[in-house]
Design a protein around this ligand. Structure first.
Ligand code: LLP
Length: 421
């Protein structure tokens, strides 16, 4: 459930009419709902209770400081994958001991930054990375808390670009080599082993792949403990999928996911971490755009919007489906018409949807892309020198711009022409 609903014929974010935001901020813009973010975060904490746990929001899915502050103030931890994301978490007021640092390619500078500022744990993904981290920590007179990310060789049954738990993927160390790798970690002077990490992919719509992976982690926990390692924490990654349409089969609920965690690893006495991004952020946000033109094509009509692939890249990058709805609620008997919904960017790939049934649309009409909170604004670019879309946060009956649309002056000023030209 989210807080984007039609009321008195007009799509609202909580108690704010989205068309009112459009009138103030201009289009396109992203809009997030505080109540939905809060609700989704609590679904996970409730699902994991009474196990000791920390829900670490995967910042990569939505990294605006105001959003991080909403979640951080609720007690959420953060999963970061770069020095930039680490800085965001800290700037939003999240203490270092609630931040986990994931990612295959952490640089020594990033390690130093996190060790200086405080860190809950590094999820290390290879032996060279482990050695580098030990060196950096030792030079600082510290020991870095680590979990080793293991690759369980499980098919997550999701889009190939976002599956991460198969042995051919670049992530983690093969689970079969875990004993060896943990033995080396224990010998390295700058490391303190605290647990095991696993993440098998994103937008998972079945529980079985999680189950396979977590059973392997449970088994590994026993083995590593028998080998003398202190495994007190299990980071089980993110990846629980969300419904992108109202019609398709709904993915499992956080409550079922929590029950699965309890069943597979709950008996081990470990603190549980999870790193959800999409489930918290996805349906907490919409992208609002305006129809620039309705163009009659050969056997089809094009709805040309002022949003484009640079603003929301998921349809062109993954063939992803986003529901598109008019801000003005269509009358019940309205006959839908098929539209190819496109943006103004000069590529055929700048297509959001083909033959999408929508009520008859006209120039100036407003539409919302649903489920756009996760991997929306964060993946936007300024391709075609289109300014990054502003972001707006709603709480109850008020809203604030939480990232302003850059001016063209600001955009042009970032470039410089050398004096020798
Ligand atoms: N933890 C790790 C280590 C990850 O790599 C990811 C996502 C997450 C947690 C969060 O996964 P989530 O709960 O959001 O599924 N851009 C793609 C998704 C990429 C996911 C990358 N890793 C998309 O738009 O579908």
């Amino acid at each position: 459930m989210d807080h984007f609903l039609y009321r008195t014929g007009s799509l609202h974010a909580e108690d704010v009419r989205l068309s009112d935001i459009a009138a103030t901020v201009g289009t396109p813009f992203y809009c997030y709902s505080t109540a939905t973010l809060t609700r989704h975060y609590h679904l996970f904490t409730e699902a994991l209770s009474p196990l000791p746990h920390m829900v670490c929001f995967a910042i990569k899915s939505l990294s605006n400081l105001a959003v991080l502050k909403v979640l951080g103030d609720l007690g959420a931890g953060m999963d970061v994958v770069s020095g930039g994301e680490y800085r965001r978490a800290r700037a939003a007021g999240v203490p270092g001991d609630r931040i986990v640092f994931s990612g295959v390619g952490k640089t020594r500078e990033e390690m130093r930054l996190a060790l200086e500022g405080g860190i809950r744990q590094f999820n290390v993904e290879s032996e060279p990375e482990m050695r580098a981290l030990s060196e950096v920590a030792t030079a600082m007179g510290l020991r870095a808390p680590i979990a080793v990310r293991v690759n369980p060789d499980v098919d997550a049954r999701t889009h190939e670009k976002i599956a991460t738990g198969k042995k051919e993927n670049k992530f983690g160390i093969p689970i079969a080599r875990a004993s060896e790798v943990y033995a080396e970690a224990a010998r390295l002077p700058g490391l303190e082993v605290v647990g095991i990490d696993v993440h098998i992919g994103s937008q998972l719509t079945k529980l079985e792949p999680f189950e396979q992976a977590y059973l392997k982690v449970a088994d590994l926990t026993g083995r590593l403990r028998a080998e003398g390692h202190e495994i007190r924490r299990l980071d089980l990654g993110g990846g629980l999928g969300i419904p992108y349409t109202r019609s398709n089969e709904a993915p499992p609920l956080p409550l079922d996911y929590g029950a699965l965690i309890k069943r597979t690893v709950g008996h081990l006495g470990c603190e549980i971490e999870i790193e959800p991004g999409r489930l918290i952020a996805g349906n907490s946000g919409v992208l609002v755009a305006r129809v620039i033109y309705v163009k009659e094509g050969e056997g089809r009509d094009f709805l040309i919007l002022d949003a484009a692939m640079n603003d929301l890249v998921r349809p062109s990058m993954y063939g992803a489906h986003h529901d598109i709805v008019p801000l003005d609620e269509p009358a019940p008997a309205t006959e839908p018409r098929p539209y190819d919904v496109v943006g103004p960017v000069c590529e055929t790939g700048d297509t959001f949807a083909k033959a999408r049934p929508l009520p008859p649309m006209a120039e100036g009409d407003l539409v919302a892309f649903r489920s756009a909170g996760a991997y929306g604004a964060v993946m936007a670019s300024e391709y075609n020198t289109r300014p990054l879309v502003p972001e707006v946060l709603v709480k109850d009956d008020h809203f604030a711009v939480i990232r302003a649309r850059p001016t063209f002056d600001e955009i042009l000023k970032r470039d410089s022409i050398p004096e020798w030209l």
